[in-house]
Design a protein around this ligand. Sequence first.
Ligand code: SF4
Length: 445
Amino acid sequence: MAVTIQNIDENSPAEALGLRAGDVLLSVDGEPLNDMLDYQFYTDSPHFSLVARVSGQEKTLAVAKDEYAPFGCNFATYLADKKHSCANHCMFCFIEQLPPGMRETMYFKDDDERLSFLFGNYITMTNMADHEIDRIIKMHISPMNISVHTTNPALRVRMLANRRGGETLGYLARLANAGIAVNCQLVLCRGVNDGEELRRTLSDLLALGPGIRSIAAVPSGLTRYRKGLYPLMPYDAASSAEVIDILEAYGNSQKEKTGSRIVFPSDEWYLNAGRPLPSAAFYEDYAQLENGVGMWRLFHDEFLDELARPHRVIGQKQIDLVTGTLAAPLITDMMAELHRQYPAVTPHVHPIQNDFFGGNVSVAGLVTGRDIVAQCKGKLQSGRLGIPEVMLRDEKDRFLDDMTPAEVGEALGVQVELLPCGGGEEARALLRTGLHLERRRTPRG
Ligand code: SF4
């Protein structure tokens, strides 16, 4: 294995050595370079011996540079390697339940430890070998985000549909004992890995000690495209409440013992069960926000804190805004509070049922442009539609069904206003009427 240079930074040590685009880096101090992590780790030191194929000829180059200064090579992709794809067919896999006809990249199932470190992706470790775990430990790649789901080996094999599902659980102890911080994810499937199985999983993970930094449990998301897949039942209010009780009991006891809760239910459980969301203190440092743990508490509190700051609203503003059905009651309450404190701003909330994915999918982040158009036609009360940016894919330009916000606005005959993801930012955006800008633009007569 080796990494091929795409381009070189100007005035860098790599340029000074005469390296060029197309040259290939083979090893540093005898350690083979396979990807970006190897490159960053081994080229960090001030002196090293580099073996590279320069203009087709293998050469050994002595490198001297400032410690931690970048060596100066760039690669075609951020990993300098292909992404590792997953070798599982999890019974709850969202990608396997996607509707047909979506963008090709949506169907790619990654399971790559490098992405776990770089972007916080969760990995199952079923496609990893011992030497890759050794590398994580050697480089101290921490934290690692691991999709555990269950610590029952036979059940994990069944849930992941991968015969390595059980044996790779052993890597958890190796990582935790080596001082790698491990954040665990449990996707719970009703009647499969909840109840007694969940108690067993929590006990086993907590027994691994302080290396296990956090454990987040989320309900499986089920779309209507499950033909031929394992028959899973969605969680209802009562079964969600049972899960919360187990998770909170373990979290409370852990908090008493160690000062940290470690075990966190995701927001969806509370919203499904109709229970109030816990206070901000419950979430400690919000370690599992990416899993939807504490996201609503944070958003809600930031929104109200922003309203409590002094704002001058110039003129009147009416705005329609869309959200998923799950959080619609919360959003409706928050908008009522905004209107109470700032009567010049009148928001109208439209919960959008997710017909695109169907099933129990109800979060705002998976609402599509098509559903907004179909469900808002003829119902909007202002000429302006607020679309939360969380509904757009990572590039923030399109919904998951490829519609753009501008196309939605055109189809509905309204002006679109994108609402930023943070609660404080969203409050500020809603309080801006735009009239102060018009005033500035209007010449005084
Ligand atoms: S690990 Fe499981 S849930 Fe994740 S992409 Fe692979 S099959 Fe899907």
